[in-house]
Design a binder for this molecule. Structure first.
Ligand code: AMP
Length: 469
């Protein structure tokens, strides 16, 4: 019979030999802010419930570790790292997304993390920002290392490019990244890999190809990300992942993300993560959206502005309106037209200076202006409790965005009204939207708006009588 104990011992001996001489890995970079320590268990429970029903679980089998409290601001996570803070202010995010709030304290403490979260939840930054800090603070400096320190495995070329774009957006201390995917120019990818980069973002097939030909050194990797693990398995990448990970030191830190948690993903997690914590971000909270009365109006592009003006004029003094637009230029155009017609508004988008953005938000919060025109920068994390109306001037790019936008009203037990303008070009998302509306117990109807009927529609809205449509 096979002596499993000696097989295990031999394997351990071989592993130890294989990684001999490599520098130790530093993993702990977290100092819990007092405001985070001081949260009561009840406050934490309420916060998790209100933030997509987050569940955190320690998968360590013997003694369990304390589950870290979430951070609710960027400072609470990165106060020790001014360079990271500078980058966050530059892009103008308002607060961490749920996976970031709960994921950062786990990853920054050096624990492995399984994040069950979908695209659009901010999961990329959940692992990228701690990864930057990890890379920058290893005992062997980046320049002295003979290969990349971070590896992100991801299922598709599109995702790889998207992650690389996020990487460059937050360019931290000139950390260099490279994308390696099938179909890309193999020769130039080889050149860059051998010239020394810090982060490799790769699809498993092409990376394995370069690995087999000794074009990339994986021994230097200390921070590994398996992004969208379920999709990688669905696409049949498991054999390549297994072969790639043979060459990555086993005492690395590993983060895995997946939208779902099927048996294959669990198996992968058991094989490649050590005592991970799992953060599960529930599906979009449609219950929150139940308190919002939602209407979709079919309208021609050129009628939108006129409609918005009439709508604004019908607002009551105590009402507060958040208008979402698709582009910064439309935000500027619409807000300046409203101001010129004597309506005080503020605007919020990525091209405005940080101080102007903060001022805009402050004015809207304290009610000195009652209308805010914003891009999707504001659809997440904007916490103004007394918004009575959301107007989707431009249709959101996807349904997640729709739910986030609509969720800006109807908060803290109040009811809210959301009105979405839809043009012919937006019809491809309509079917999905109708499903969402039905799940949120909304009465679904579309009304084609003609110029002459605009005033009637607006009037009906202010009286909240949707039956009369
Ligand atoms: P992901 O789920 O990583 O694909 O991210 C979806 C989008 O959300 C990306 O465009 C990010 O730039 C953006 N994002 C990430 N974190 C935040 C945040 N804290 N607030 C607002 N947007 C964010």
């Amino acid at each position: 019979p096979i002596d499993w104990e000696s097989v295990r011992q031999n394997r351990a001996k071989y592993e130890a030999m294989k990684w001999q001489g490599l520098p130790p890995i530093k993993k702990h970079f977290y100092v819990e802010a007092t405001s985070v320590t001081n949260l009561t268990p009840d406050e934490v429970t309420v916060w998790r419930k209100e933030n997509n029903n987050i569940i955190v679980d320690d998968l360590k089998e013997d003694e369990k570790r304390p589950i870290p409290n979430p951070v609710q601001t960027f400072e609470e996570a990165f106060q020790q790292y001014p360079e990271i803070m500078k980058n966050i202010s530059r892009v103008g995010f308002l607060k961490p997304t749920p996976i970031q709030s709960q994921g950062w304290p786990v990853v920054l403490q050096g624990f492995d993390l399984i994040g069950i979260a979908q695209t659009g939840t901010g999961k990329t930054l959940a692992y990228l920002l701690p990864g930057f800090i990890h890379l920058d603070h290893q005992p062997i400096s980046r320049e002295e290392r003979d290969g990349p320190g971070m590896l992100v495995l991801t299922p598709t070329r599109e995702l790889a490019l998207q992650i690389e774009a996020e990487c460059s957006k937050y360019s931290y201390k000139e950390i260099k990244s490279i994308c390696i995917y099938g179909g890309g120019d193999r020769r130039s990818q080889i050149n860059v890999v051998t010239k020394g980069v810090d982060i490799v973002i790769a699809t498993p097939g092409r990376l394995h190809d370069l690995q087999m030909n000794n074009f990339v050194n994986l021994k230097s990797i200390t921070y590994l990300v398996l992004d969208e693990a379920d999709r990688m398995l669905d696409m049949g990448f498991e054999p390549q992942i297994v072969k790639i990970l043979v060459d990555v030191r086993s005492d690395r830190q590993t983060v895995m993300t997946s939208a779902t948690w099927p048996p294959g993903v669990r198996r992968l997690a058991r094989s490649y993560l050590k005592d991970p914590m799992m953060v599960y971000v529930g599906t979009l909270d449609l219950a929150a959206v139940n308190t919002v009365e939602q209407t979709v109006l079919v309208i021609a592009e050129e009628e939108k502005k006129h409609f918005t003006f009439s709508f604004v004029q019908s607002m009551k003094p105590e009402e507060k309106l958040l208008i979402f637009v698709g582009k910064k230029i439309i935000a500027d155009d619409l807000s300046s037209d409203l101001i010129l017609s004597g309506v005080p508004v503020q605007s919020l988008h990525g091209d405005r200076e940080q101080c102007d953005r903060e001022q805009a938000l402050e004015d809207f919060k304290n009610g000195s202006v009652r209308i805010l025109v914003a891009t999707d920068l504001a659809s997440r994390g904007l916490d103004v409790l007394d918004i009575t109306h959301v107007l989707n001037y431009d249709f959101p790019r996807n349904i997640e965005e729709y739910v986030h936008r609509v969720g800006r009203t109807g908060r803290a037990g109040r009811s809210g009204i959301a009105l979405t303008l839809m043009t012919r070009n937006d019809w491809k998302v309509a079917a999905e939207l109708i499903q969402i509306l039905e799940r949120a117990n909304q009465f679904v109807f579309c009304r084609k708006v003609l110029h002459v009927t605009l005033n009637i529609v607006v009037q009906t809205f202010s009286q909240k009588k949707k039956q009369t449509f």
